[in-house]
Structures are given as structure tokens and as C-alpha cells.
Design a protein around this ligand. Structure first.
Ligand code: ADP
Ligand code: ZN
Ligand code: ZN
Length: 858
């Protein structure tokens, strides 16, 4: 047997499968998708088996053998291995990086460096050389240990790092590498009364760890009582433990027993040492929701709108065909109930379902809706779980203990084998795009997996992305890629809340310099009096700040790109990050001559201070990156707000999404412009989405709601259409802009970022890369034209220019943007150019990273 293995070295030269032989002892263990340890150069590395063959074209004598198999069952399925290959060519990333992204962090290999004396060193032949005393000491230390971890050796000889290095170079020492998982399964010491076996501990998996403790040697549990009677009176603690175990003859976690009876570990251990009870380590599953009870919910009778959407999806499920749906439903239209019933249908067919929600919407409330309907069939995966908790949720999937997964982006990779349905809620969210390699979009992965499995995908949103809505329209002569489904009204005839636009220029003119308009101020006051609640949104994202005239609302924009310019404090200039255009920072507004020029970027903390000043005694919960880093804090704040321990929930976009609080009747947006003026062609779309989302938080239940949007650009169509809850209106305004400027969905983008410590070399290389891209692009264009197929191919290269964040960690950054239309040729061209430059950039230590379909051009 021979295996092709992708090794864990994310580099250009190793981005292919290597051949290994499968030794007889491992046959039957090595499968496609297995994680293995393989010799690679001088080291043993982790790798993934991607193919198995009976024969090989390589001389078998020259092949190295797989050293070990790391898991009893392969952590990747055949499907995921193929997906990894597709990702590598689609997103131009290393295949191993794609495969790693599919596994829980706990399974990322951790390499350990070991050092030992070389043969020459241990044979004492070094005596022929002139050794320094320090060298003697190091060799003696290693001879006594045999082998030491590099870090231990460095700890033992803190002064001699350089010397150790030299001894390695000279061959007196050799280095080897070991490999282990980042995290093991969790084990807990468990107490076993006589006769209680591990298997009787129902919920936990058992595992013969062969650890300390005696097997229970005694027969019936009556003995414990007898032993207790015979113990001297001063051992009353031990007596208590024995009596408890007599009455409760079941295994119990040591810590739990200690808690219950208020005894120390020594007390229990003493009993185990005597052989009266057993004490062993048992593998336990970490369950983040173990102590929570979820009220069971029954399917609701669907509204006619919900019913017709459901019927369509159910028909696809029944036929086991592949279809991507775009479900556009206004906030509160009952999308979740449709998801739940579609999942039921899928489970009835014996298939499995994945539900993706944005990380920040993955609140307990959201989890409850799914656990309430499907109970223990549900696993939850998101980054606020610990590495261990996530690993255990993943193992439940591997063991087929669950059939529904609800999670953030990376849950799209879970190793289900009977996938029937993938739901992506709030599909327009940019968090579905991973910003580091592999730079994938969960939407594309879902579509790929659905095709592979004959499954349905439901992309749900009140404000679908323009890319998705465009895919619901038929290409000339073709069938649309996505099918559009709509739900236009809220359930139970509840109205969408009225949205008032507040012109902040007007406020300034009438002498109000506060960040609260008079209307929002009055609204807050009323809510405080009535004991109702308010959600305040202050969005601050990205690092860029923009410059605006507070008198007339003028924002400095690029004359060539139709995006706002970014202020550079150091050089006091305004720059365009797409084309490189720059101008001096303005002192006076070029439109109205006012001196009231402001740099934007107000923080939530300032808003909080102002609230407290204006409304003494007001109870504010502030939610932003600063207040939600601690584990569980996000949840804590939301629970407090739900319990009405606060009047105002103030925060960044994390307060805009998915929350459903009955007493919220007022929503205020402090400054709609913070998003609108980001230097990004999607800024209008993001503004519209965010305003619509946050407005959707008000009046979701009995009490009617109202929304105030403060802005310096009240005439902007994204603000106006959002205030009317008019998605179609927004799309109609936005698409012509995109078409005119040649942005998605009318073309696609590839962002290429180069980084290096020195600017001149960086600029030279960036220019050479751009030049080469242009040459190949032009050649391809000619080819396509000459071929006469009428294919619509077009490719244009912008830049290079300095990246919006021009330096990170002392490395300067330059970027090019490739705009293109037509099938995969552009990524092929980019891949080819990267190949051509690979040697040179490796030599110069220059990095080039590629982002296909970037969500942000930063
Ligand atoms: P969306 O996700 O579209 O914003 P939700 O799924 O949160 O909307 O639904 C809004 C509210 O309507 C929820 O409280 C939900 O329980 C309720 N709801 C949904 N469908 C129905 C139905 N068919 N009958 C009664 N109430 C419903
Ligand atoms: Zn002005
Ligand atoms: Zn520009």
C-alpha cells in the first residue's frame, strides 16, 4: 500500500502530496483523511493522507514509510480532502492550510524540539577536541538525561544559548523533533464504590488509562457500611464518605464528592489506598451547556409566507437534489422557525444539518432555539468555547452523537457524512469571510458541499449581499445560480418600526454640540420614565478615520474612485487606498469654507460618559471589544439587559444583530456616517445593512418601537432606503454605482498584499508583480478575443499602492487589486505570477498574500 500525504509545511515547495509506503503494521489504519506522522527531511512531521494506492510510480525502495497514525478514526472525510484540494486552487492557499482549517484547534500539531549528544559526543571522542568547561557541562547534562527538550536545556544553561547553537552546528549535539496534539482529552479522577463499573457512568465515555488506584476488590456495597463501623471515631470524615458511597453506589467525580461532603482529597485517597474503593482517571466530555436546561419547543403553525418558503425547501430536500436558496425575509418575519422545520425534515430523512450564524449572534438565546427543538442532537461550535470544549463538541460529531451543528464560520467544515442542509443566517455578514489564510467564504464552501452531497443551502437575510442577490438573476441564456424566496412581513402582523432620520448638521446650526440630538434625547427621557429599554449603536470598525466638515457634511473623497479619503496623521495628508491619490489635509471645508473640520472615530466610552452626565442615575451596559473579552461576559451583559438591570444597551455592531428583547422600544444610531465613510466600495451597503439590522431590534413584541438615526448625510440613499425598510430600493440605487465603477457584483476582485521590512525593495517588487500581471492579463484578453468564443473576459490591475494599514509589526505593506470578469483565468494568472516570483521573494524574505473575493480592501 502507498499513500500520498500532504505534510504540515505551509510553503510553496511543499504544496503537493508526497509519496510514502504504508508499513504492514499500519495497514487497515491508514485511510484517506488519516492524520499521520511521516519522516520529512530530518524530522517527523504531521501530514494528511489524501490518496491511497496499490501501486506507485516511485521506486518503492526509495520511499520512506509512514511512522504512525495519530487517530483511531480519520478526522477528515474523503469529501473534506477533496474540498481542501478545491480550496487550494480557488483561494490560492496551501493545501495543508486548508485541511488544518477544517479541524478543531486542539488537533493542530505541536512540535517539540529535543536535543541529545551526537554519537561523537556520547562516544567521548570529543575529548580529542578542546572543549570549554561549559561545553563539558552541557554534554554531561545530556549524557545523564539521554535526551532533553530544547527549552529545558536552555533553562538549565541560560547563558549558553549561543554555545548550544554552535555545538549543534559542529555536530556535537543533534536535534530531533517530536510531535504531539495541542490538547489531550480531559480526564477526571473518579471515585468508584465497589461493584460500580465505569460503564455505569452513563454520560461519559470511559477509557482505560491504566492509572493509579486499585480495582475495587470487594464484593457488595454492604461492606462499605461494615468498614465504616469499624473505623475509629476520629476518622469521621472517612466514615462519612463510605456511608455516602454505600447509599449512592455510583461512580462520582472526585471533586464533586469533595464538594458535597466537604472533605479533602487525602481523605478519599486514603480509602482508595486501602483498596476499599476505586479511584481512577476517566475521560470526560466537556459540555459547555451541561448545567442548562432547555425547554422543549414544538413546531409553530406556519404563516402562509413561511409555509410557501418551507414547501419549496422541503421539495428540494425530498428529491435530494442540490439547490442554493436566498431567503430574503424582513427582520421578525420568522426565518428561524422556517430553518427549524426544514432541519426537522432533513433529520427525518436520516440526514444531517449545519446552521451557521455570525459569531456575535451566537448568543445563548440563539442556541436555546435550536437545543429547545432538537435537544441533545445539537452540537455548538464557536470561538468563545475553550479549545477543549470545542474539541469535545467536534468529537460528538465524529462519533455521530449529534446530527445538527450550530456554529460560527468554521462549523461549515464539520465532518458530517450525510449532509442534507446548510443554513447560513445573516448571509451578508462579512464575518463569513475568513481574513487569514485560508481566506475562504463560508457561502462558497457551503455551496461546494451541497453540490457534493446533493444537499440544500438556505442563505437567509433581511438585507442580502449584492453578490448573492445578483446570483438570483439569470445570466443570459442560463438558470440563476440561487433561487430567491421572500418573506415580506413580520409574523402576527406586527409593524416594522418607524425610522426617523435626524440631520446632525441642523443640530449644530441650532447650537446643540452634544452627540445626542434633541429628538434622541427626548426619546431616551421618555423610555426612562416609562421603564422601557433602549439600544444605542455606535459603530466603529476598521482602523481608518475619515475627515468631515461638521457644518455641511462634506467628506473628502477621491476624484477617481468615489470613496472617502483616509486621514494620515503623520504626514497630515488625505489618501485614497485604492489608487494612491493623495492631497494635503484640509484646513477649511472646500464646499462651505467652515473651519469645523472633524476627524471621526468617537468611542463608545465617550458616549457612555455623556449619557451618565445627561441622565444622572441612568443604568448603561456598554458592549464593545473592551468589555467582552472575558469569557462569558458577552452572555452576562445580555442576561443583565434582558432582566432589566439596565436602561440602555450601548455598543458596537454586536448590539445590532439577532437580539430579541421584548421591552426594547427605542433604537438610536449615534452616527450612521462612521460606516458610510469607510474607504470601501461596500460602505453604502454596510450602512444600509447595519441600519436595517439595528432598526429591527425595536418593537419586536407587543410594545411598538421607534428608531432614530443620527447622520450628517441624511440625503444619502443608504440612509433613506434603510429608514423605509426598502431593500429593493437600496439595491436599485446601489447597483448602477457598482456597474459604473466596475466593482462586485459586476466583476470580481483579488487583493494581493506584499510585505517587507524595507520600502524600496517592496515597491520595486510590487511594481514588477503588477507589471507582470498586466502583461499576462493583456495576453489572456487577446487569446480569449482571438478564440472567438465570445467569452466575457476582462482583467485590470490597480496599484501598487500602500495598504490602508501601511505597516504592521515593522513590515511595510503594499497592495495591488486585480479586477476581473470571466471564469477562473484571473486566479490562474495570479497563481502563475506568484510562482514566477516565488524564488525571488523567498530569497528576499518578502511575503505575498492573496485574498480572492476580499471583503475588505485593507
Ligand atoms: P427573523 O429571524 O426573521 O428576524 P424570528 O425567527 O426571530 O424572525 O421570529 C420573530 C418572532 O416571531 C419570534 O419571537 C418567533 O418565535 C415568532 N414566530 C415565528 N414564526 C411564528 C409563527 N409561525 N407563529 C407565531 N410566532 C412566530
Ligand atoms: Zn463644509
Ligand atoms: Zn482613488
Amino acid at each position: 500500500m502507498f499513500a500520498k500525504v500532504i505534510v504540515d509545511v505551509p510553503a510553496k515547495q511543499t504544496n503537493r502530496a508526497f509519496d510514502y509506503s504504508v508499513p504492514p503494521s499500519l495497514q487497515g489504519w491508514v485511510e484517506v483523511g488519516s492524520r499521520v506522522g511521516v519522516p520529512f527531511g530530518p524530522r517527523v512531521l504531521q501530514g494528511f493522507v489524501v490518496e491511497l494506492h496499490e501501486t506507485t510510480t516511485v521506486d518503492p525502495k526509495r520511499l520512506k514509510a509512514i511512522r504512525h497514525v495519530l487517530d483511531a478514526a480519520p478526522p477528515l472525510t474523503e469529501e473534506l480532502v477533496q474540498l481542501g484540494h478545491w480550496m487550494s486552487s480557488t483561494y490560492l492557499c496551501h493545501e495543508v492550510t486548508a485541511l488544518q482549517a477544517m479541524l478543531p484547534g486542539a488537533l493542530k500539531a505541536k512540535y517539540e524540539r529535543f536535543v541529545q549528544a551526537s554519537e561523537a559526543g556520547s562516544a567521548g571522542r570529543t575529548e580529542l577536541l578542546l572543549l570549554l568547561p561549559a561545553q563539558e557541562n552541557i554534554l554531561n547534562y545530556l549524557r545523564s538525561k539521554g535526551k532533553a527538550k530544547m527549552e529545558d536545556l536552555l533553562d538549565a544553561f541560560p547563558e549558553d544559548g549561543g554555545l548550544i547553537r554552535q555545538m549543534l552546528d559542529e555536530g556535537q549535539l543533534v536535534e530531533t523533533q517530536g510531535m504531539k496534539d495541542r490538547l489531550a482529552t480531559k480526564k477526571a479522577l473518579t471515585v468508584f464504590p465497589p461493584g460500580a463499573h465505569e460503564a455505569s457512568e452513563a454520560a461519559t465515555e470511559t477509557h482505560d488509562a491504566g492509572t493509579s488506584g486499585n480495582a475495587p476488590g470487594l464484593g457488595g456495597s454492604a461492606d462499605l457500611l461494615a468498614i465504616a463501623e469499624e473505623l475509629p471515631a476520629r476518622s469521621h470524615k472517612q466514615k462519612e464518605v463510605l456511608r455516602y458511597l454505600h447509599e449512592n453506589p455510583r461512580p462520582i467525580r472526585l471533586t464533586e464528592l469533595m464538594d458535597k461532603l466537604q472533605v479533602g482529597a487525602g481523605t478519599v485517597k486514603g480509602l482508595a489506598d486501602k483498596g476499599w474503593i476505586g479511584l481512577r482517571e476517566v475521560e470526560v466530555m466537556r459540555d459547555p451547556y451541561a448545567n442548562r436546561h432547555f425547554e422543549e419547543t414544538k413546531p409553530l403553525p406556519l404563516t402562509p409566507e413561511q409555509q410557501s418558503v418551507y414547501d419549496d425547501i422541503a421539495a428540494t430536500l425530498d428529491s435530494r437534489s442540490h439547490q442554493v436558496y436566498l431567503l430574503q425575509g424582513v427582520t421578525g418575519s420568522g426565518k428561524t422557525e422556517v430553518y427549524l422545520q426544514a432541519i426537522s425534515r432533513c433529520l427525518e430523512q436520516g440526514r444531517e444539518a449545519i446552521v451557521l450564524v455570525p459569531e456575535i449572534s451566537l448568543t445563548p438565546q440563539m442556541v436555546e432555539r435550536f437545543k429547545g427543538r432538537f435537544g441533545d442532537e445539537v452540537a455548538v461550535m464557536h470561538s468563545r468555547l475553550s479549545l477543549g470544549e470545542r474539541y469535545d463538541e467536534w468529537r460528538k460529531i465524529m462519533r455521530r452523537q449529534v446530527r445538527v451543528v450550530i456554529g460560527a464560520r468554521s462549523a461549515v467544515f464539520v465532518p458530517f457524512r450525510q449532509l442534507g442542509l446548510i443554513i447560513i443566517d445573516e448571509e451578508h455578514e462579512s464575518s463569513y469571510k475568513q481574513e487569514e489564510s485560508p481566506k475562504y467564504h463560508a457561502r462558497d464552501i457551503a455551496a461546494w458541499r451541497a453540490r457534493y452531497n446533493g444537499a440544500a443551502v438556505v442563505l437567509g437575510s433581511a438585507t442580502p449581499s449584492l453578490e448573492s442577490i445578483q446570483k438570483t438573476k439569470a445570466a443570459p441564456g442560463g438558470k440563476p445560480e440561487y433561487k430567491l424566496l421572500k418573506m415580506k412581513s413580520r409574523v402576527a402582523g406586527r409593524p416594522l418600526p418607524p425610522v426617523h432620520i435626524v440631520d446632525m448638521r441642523e443640530e449644530l446650526r441650532s447650537g446643540n454640540r452634544s452627540m445626542f440630538s434633541r429628538l434622541l434625547h427626548r426619546g431616551l427621557e421618555e423610555r426612562l420614565l416609562k421603564g422601557e429599554q433602549t439600544v444605542l449603536l455606535l459603530n466603529r470598525r476598521g482602523y481608518a478615520t475619515f475627515v468631515m466638515c461638521r457644518t455641511c457634511g462634506y467628506v473628502a473623497g477621491c476624484p477617481h474612485c468615489d470613496i472617502s479619503l483616509t486621514y494620515h496623521q503623520v504626514s497630515r495628508t488625505l489618501r485614497c487606498h485604492y489608487c494612491g491619490y493623495a492631497e494635503r489635509q484640509m484646513e477649511l471645508c472646500p464646499d462651505c469654507g467652515s473651519e469645523h473640520i472633524r476627524h471621526f472615530g468617537t468611542g463608545t466610552q465617550r458616549v457612555e460618559e455623556e449619557l451618565v452626565k445627561l441622565f444622572p442615575g441612568i443604568r448603561v451596559i456598554r458592549m464593545d471589544v473592551d468589555t467582552t473579552t472575558e469569557k462569558g461576559s458577552h452572555e452576562k451583559w445580555l442576561t443583565m439587559f434582558r432582566n432589566k438591570q439596565a436602561d440602555v444597551l450601548l455598543g458596537t455592531q454586536m448590539v445590532a444583530k439577532g437580539l430579541d428583547f421584548p421591552d426594547v422600544t427605542l433604537v438610536g444610531v449615534i452616527a450612521a456616517d462612521t460606516v458610510l465613510n469607510l474607504p470601501d466600495f461596500r460602505s453604502a451597503e454596510r450602512t444600509f445593512q447595519l441600519l436595517t439590522q439595528v432598526a429591527g431590534r425595536a418593537g419586536r413584541h407587543q410594545l411598538p418601537g421607534e428608531v432614530f438615526v443620527q447622520t450628517y448625510t441624511p440625503e444619502h440613499y443608504s440612509v433613506i432606503t434603510a429608514s423605509r425598510h426598502d431593500y429593493e430600493g437600496f439595491v436599485e440605487e446601489e447597483l448602477p454605482h457598482r456597474r459604473k465603477l466596475g466593482y462586485p457584483p459586476y466583476c470580481r476582485l483579488i487583493l494581493i498584499t506584499l510585505t517587507h521590512e524595507q520600502v524600496p525593495l517592496l515597491v520595486r517588487t510590487a511594481e514588477a508583480v503588477a507589471q507582470r500581471l498586466r502583461e499576462l492579463g493583456a495576453a489572456e484578453q487577446e487569446n480569449v478575443f482571438a478564440s472567438g468564443t465570445g467569452e466575457d473576459f476582462f482583467m485590470n490591475v490597480l496599484g501598487p499602492v500602500a495598504s490602508p494599514i501601511p505597516r504592521i509589526k515593522d513590515r511595510y505593506r503594499f497592495q495591488c487589486v486585480v479586477k476581473y470578469r470571466g471564469e477562473a483565468s484571473a486566479s490562474r494568472i495570479v497563481a502563475k505570477v506568484l510562482d514566477e516570483f516565488a524564488e525571488r521573494t523567498t530569497k528576499d524574505k518578502l511575503t505575498i498574500s492573496v485574498d480572492v473575493d476580499p471583503q475588505m480592501l485593507m
